[in-house]
Structures are given as structure tokens and as C-alpha cells.
Write a protein that binds this ligand. Structure first.
Ligand SMILES: Nc1ncnc2c1ncn2[C@@H]1O[C@H](COP(=O)(O)OP(=O)(O)OP(=O)(O)O)[C@@H](O)[C@H]1O
Ligand SMILES: [Mg+2]
Length: 255
């Protein structure tokens, strides 16, 4: 069974950091092979994971749209797209990665997007777990990649603005009718319990806070050096907070 986890939330709230650390910790816990999906057009997940990008799904979609005759005779478009997606996967031990790339330009992409969504759903079924890093901004929570998610983590800072943004993301998830099993809040960076007024605003969302990720100076140093988070030292406080989160989900038998 594939466990699909998506990370959404405020800009700069640590979505990509949490996504990369989740990939590392899920693999540590034996949830592999794992599929990491970078659904942010301003793609950063490959750098955080230390993986190269061959071709993005967006580039593949454009090529297919510009030259529909490239579909070989006797092969259905669905089968062909599935094959192309396989070619676009970056493969690493225990981990494959798909990069969605740029959103579509003008023109009709409905058909191809529907096929893409079905193909990604089909391909993800071959993995034990899937982690989707989303772009900031609510309207982008696309059904193409976030359809059928078991766990949605909404990252935000532990302040009033963060709590309000989290509330709007949660409303948007409902409005878009995304098929999300469970939604949780992850506070980042979080070094102390939120002030009472902030805690109240979070409580009003009705969503459980499952983790608070401390400020980790190692993350800043890795960012400056462009080092992948797979190399973060064992005593990294952020890494260990994500380990606690995964342990909690395992205890609740969701992973
Ligand atoms: N707990 C933390 N401690 C210290 N630095 C952190 C922490 N979490 C994230 N950062 C840093 O904050 C910056 C933004 O993090 P990240 O890119 O993961 O956020 P994001 O939500 O994905 O941003 P965007 O909205 O641009 O996609 C990065 O420099 C990252 O190293
Ligand atoms: Mg990001």
C-alpha cells in the first residue's frame, strides 16, 4: 500500500525542507521505494535531495503538445505518457523523483493533464510512499498531484499570520474538494509553545498540530553551501523533529 503525504503552506515556511527530511526519515524507516514529487515550478527539492533533474513533466508535456505525432503507432497516448514519465524519473537508492516543472502555458491542456494525473496515480502505486512538495499559494494546490493524498501537512510559523494562513490553506483544501485523508499542522521554526492568542487562532482551525520543528542552525549552513539534507548530521534538531513526527504516525499506524 502506498502512503501519500503532501506538504503545503505559507511561502518560506519550510515545505521543501520538511519534504526532503521526510523522504530521508521515511526511507530510514523502511518505507521504500519512495517517490518524491516536486510540484513547485520554482523547483528546489532536487537540490535539497541532492538529485539531478533529467526532464520535467512540464517540458515533456510541451514536447508532446508541440509534436503529437511523436506517439508511436500502435501505442495509446496513455501508455506513451506513462513511458515518458518513467524516462523522466530520477532514480537513486530507495528513492525516485519526479519534477513537475512549469505550469502549462496558454491553450487547452485538459486532456493531457487528465492523462498525466492518471499516470502519476498509477505510477505512485508502485511505491511504498510518496512525498509531494507543493508551491506556496493556495490556488496552486493542484488536483493533478495532490489528488488522493493520505496525509496533508500544512507548514506555517507559530504566529498569528501563520495561523491565519494555515486556516486559509485548510479552507482551500476543502473548497478544491481534494481527496485528503488527514490534515495536520506543522509549526516551523518552533522553539517554544505558541503564545495563548496564537494557540487560540490555531485551535480555531480545528486541525491538530503534530509537530514543532526547532530552529536548526545546520539548515542555514547547508543552504549556504548548497549541500543536500540527506547529509545533515544525526544530531540535527530539525531531522530529529521529523523523526519524532514519523514515529508518531507509525504509532498511530498510519504509515
Ligand atoms: N527549522 C528551521 N531552522 C532553520 N532554518 C530553516 C528551518 N526550516 C527552514 N529553514 C530555512 O528556511 C528557508 C526556507 O525553507 P524552505 O525552502 O524549505 O521553505 P519553503 O516553504 O519550501 O519555501 P517556498 O515557499 O519558497 O517554497 C531555507 O533557507 C531553509 O534552510
Ligand atoms: Mg519550497
Amino acid at each position: 500500500m502506498t502512503v501519500r503525504i503532501a506538504i503545503a503552506g505559507k511561502g518560506g515556511s519550510g515545505k521543501t525542507t520538511i519534504s526532503a527530511l521526510l523522504c530521508r526519515v521515511l526511507i530510514e524507516n523502511g518505507l521504500k521505494p519512495l517517490l518524491a514529487v516536486d510540484a513547485d515550478p520554482n523547483s528546489c527539492l532536487p537540490d535539497y535531495l541532492g538529485l539531478p533533474v533529467s526532464r520535467t513533466i512540464g517540458e515533456m508535456r510541451e514536447q508532446l503538445r508541440e509534436d503529437p505525432s511523436s506517439v508511436p503507432v500502435g501505442v495509446s497516448k496513455q501508455e506513451w505518457i506513462e513511458q515518458l514519465i518513467h524516462e523522466d524519473l530520477t532514480e537513486a537508492p530507495g528513492l525516485d523523483m519526479l519534477v513537475m516543472g512549469q505550469q502549462e502555458g496558454p491553450g487547452c491542456y485538459c486532456y493531457i493533464n487528465n492523462v498525466l494525473r492518471d499516470c502519476i496515480a498509477e505510477i505512485s502505486g508502485h511505491y511504498r510512499a510518496m512525498v509531494i512538495d507543493n508551491e506556496a499559494g493556495l490556488e496552486h494546490l493542484s488536483r493533478r498531484t495532490n489528488g488522493m493524498v493520505d496525509i496533508m501537512l500544512v507548514a506555517c510559523p507559530p504566529n498569528i499570520i501563520g495561523a491565519r494562513t494555515a486556516g486559509r490553506v485548510i479552507d482551500m483544501i476543502k473548497r478544491l474538494k481534494l481527496e485528503v485523508g488527514r490534515t495536520f499542522l506543522v509549526l516551523n521554526p518552533c522553539d517554544r509553545p505558541p503564545e495563548p492568542a496564537v494557540a487560540e487562532t490555531f485551535a480555531a482551525t480545528g486541525i491538530e498540530i503534530v509537530a514543532g520543528i526547532p530552529t536548526d542552525p545546520a539548515l542555514g549552513a547547508f543552504d549556504v553551501q548548497g549541500r543536500p539534507l540527506m547529509e545533515l548530521p544525526e544530531d540535527s534538531t530539525a531531522l530529529n523533529a521529523v523523526r519524532d513526527l514519523v514515529a508518531l504516525f507509525r504509532k498511530r499506524r498510519w504509515l
